[in-house]
Ligand binder design. Structure first.
Ligand code: FKS
Ligand code: ZN
Length: 548
């Protein structure tokens, strides 16, 4: 015993001093990848994916975003002593360098490029790169926030250069602002960068003025940079969905990207020590689903942050399962965005109204009452002082509630395991006359099957579609949370094929994908309305269904 005491007593100071001089990052740890990968294997999702080999990004790849001097400096790090490495990191903020990080950073960027190749060549429809170190904070000539090379920014430039992609949408759902991506594309109208991030009126890292909603991009890129600051913690599923329905999706449809890249950071999920948000892991199934309807489904998700080793793998699995086409789970109880989120939403829309027609028309009031709904009721905007006072009042009210809430659950956050999502063997049924061959992948049924009714008059232009479907139908559908969605198309609905396709795609995010469609079957002689056969398909407890 004596011996051990002496040894420990002796070695402790040395360990402490090493730790002090050469700090090791406590949250950006290797286990983040191993637990995520293990979860994909355990859930059987890995078997349903093809694994794409990684490669090292070349100098040319890295120089698409970073400067020569920065690349040359990072190239030297493998040969540095620990002291030199420590010295090297002091010039940047919140970065940790290891002799092997240059190699890892090239693999992380190279992995993102391999994913872009696989998607752009049609080898796969979409995919996800699980990488370390992350990328979205790193800038042209500087590392930042655990990031060395900007994986997603390099991927965007690479897609434009190698595949002639005209428009790239980058969605950054990590809880930190990817300032590196913003700086890279802020004058570039071919890349639309959208980021929400914990901001708390510039009190939260990286504490930049340019992370606020009024940084909209510059010169030709004005309008192509969208920042949604979260000025409070505890944001929930409703807050995230509201911002998607009322800001990101309308603009994304108007932008009409050829490729969607996601800075898939999962520190915006519940339980994360950095984000301190309350959105459940299954929300990423909905966010992913909503983005999959863009760019013909060409979507590359690249891991950024995510530090809770329980919610991170859950969120990764929810994302991958949706990329595989499985229907999203029922959204957990949506009750409408909080005051602070609504205020941010309002600020972002006003800042971008001049750049996007879909934001021009919709004015909306955010009532200070607590029963907000996902649906923002269009109305004349009240005079600002009334609104501000009402918001202040609501915020004080909310802060009081939040204080109580915080006292209550000061202990470790807990949340239910995301629900099992069983995909039916055959996802599509067709009601066809017996003598008609059934397209492959569908199941021929002639019993009482699926028909849906949605009557949407004339919303075929983008801003009409944005308002009617994204700003009304979707939020309402999510909040109503039906077990069944009925869709029908009649020739006079004026819906062109692409709008119809978007509609059926988007609405599959509701009712766990139970989407029933009716096409016109027959027109009675001499005009008149079509003859409609509504054969209801009941399964289990069909407690609620939705007819538009
Ligand atoms: N000194 C105050 C705390 C600094 N905290 C640094 C947070 C870095 C976040 C990195 C990330 O999660 O955004 C990424 F996705 F890049 F990994
Ligand atoms: Zn982050």
């Amino acid at each position: 015993n004596n011996f051990y005491h002496n040894v420990f007593a002796f070695s402790a100071p040395i360990l402490l001093c090493l730790y002090y001089f050469f700090p090791v990052c406590k949250i950006e740890v290797p286990e983040r990848l191993t637990v995520s990968h293990e979860a994909l294997i355990k859930t059987g999702l890995a078997d349903r994916c093809i694994s794409v080999p990684v490669r090292e990004a070349t100098d040319a790849d890295i120089l698409l975003v970073h400067s020569e001097e920065y690349l040359e400096a990072v190239k030297k790090t493998p040969y540095m002593t620990l002291e030199d490495l420590q010295e090297f990191t002091l010039q940047y903020g919140d970065v940790y360098f290891h002799p092997n990080i240059y190699h890892c950073a090239k693999l992380a960027a190279g992995a993102a490029l391999q994913l872009v190749d696989s998607v752009m060549t049609g080898k796969v429809r979409n995919g996800m790169a699980l990488v370390r170190p992350p990328g979205h904070h790193s800038m042209r000539s500087a590392a930042s926030g655990f990031c060395v090379f900007n994986n997603v920014a390099i991927a965007a430039q690479y897609a434009k250069q190698q595949y002639g992609v005209k428009r790239v949408l980058i969605v950054d759902w990590d809880v930190h602002h990817g300032q590196g991506v913003q700086y890279c594309f802020e004058d570039d109208p071919s890349v639309l960068y959208f980021s929400w991030h914990r901001y708390e009126h510039q009190k939260f890292w990286p504490q930049l003025k340019e992370s606020d909603y009024n940084s909209v991009g510059k010169e030709k890129g004005a309008g192509f940079n969208i920042n949604v600051p979260w000025n409070k913690v505890g944001m929930k599923n409703s807050d995230y969905l509201s911002v998607f329905c009322h800001i990101l999706l309308p603009v994304a449809y108007e932008f009409s990207p050829d490729l969607v890249l996601v800075c898939a950071g999962f520190d915006s999920a519940i339980g994360d020590p950095e984000g301190e948000m309350c959105a459940s892991p299954d929300i990423f199934a909905h966010l992913t689903h909503l983005l999959m309807n863009l760019a013909g489904g060409k979507l590359c998700a690249v891991l950024e942050g995510g530090y809770n080793l329980t919610s991170l793998p859950q969120s990764v699995c929810q994302t991958v399962q949706t990329l595989l086409g499985d229907p999203a789970p029922r959204p957990a109880n949506l009750d409408g965005p909080c005051e602070s989120a609504l205020e941010s939403l309002h600020c972002v829309r006003s800042a971008h109204r001049q750049y996007w027609s879909c934001l021009k028309h919709m004015t909306f009031i955010f009532t200070a009452s607590s029963n907000n709904s996902l649906l923002l009721s269009p109305a004349e905007l009240p005079t600002s002082d009334v609104t501000t006072k009402r918001i202040k009042l609501a915020e004080e009210e909310e802060d009081k509630l939040k204080k109580v809430e915080e006292e209550k659950n000061a202990e470790e956050e807990v949340w239910p395991e995301p629900p099992k999502r069983v995909a039916p063997a055959v996802r599509t049924a067709l009601v066809l006359p017996n003598d008609v061959a059934c397209p492959d992948g569908c199941k021929h049924v002639n019993t009482s099957q699926v028909c849906l009714l949605v009557l949407l008059q004339g919303c075929s232009d983008v801003s009409g579609f944005a308002q009617a479907v994204l700003g009304l139908l979707l939020p309402l559908g999510y909040e109503y949370d039906p077990s069944l969605v009925l869709l029908a198309r009649t020739p006079d609905s004026g819906l062109c094929d692409s709008v119809w396709q978007q509609l059926t795609g988007l609405l599959q995010g509701i009712a766990q994908g139970h989407t029933l469609v009716l096409m016109q079957v027959r027109r009675r002689r001499r005009g008149g309305s079509i003859s409609v056969y509504l054969l209801l398909h009941f399964w289990g407890g069909l407690d609620r269904w939705q007819v538009f």
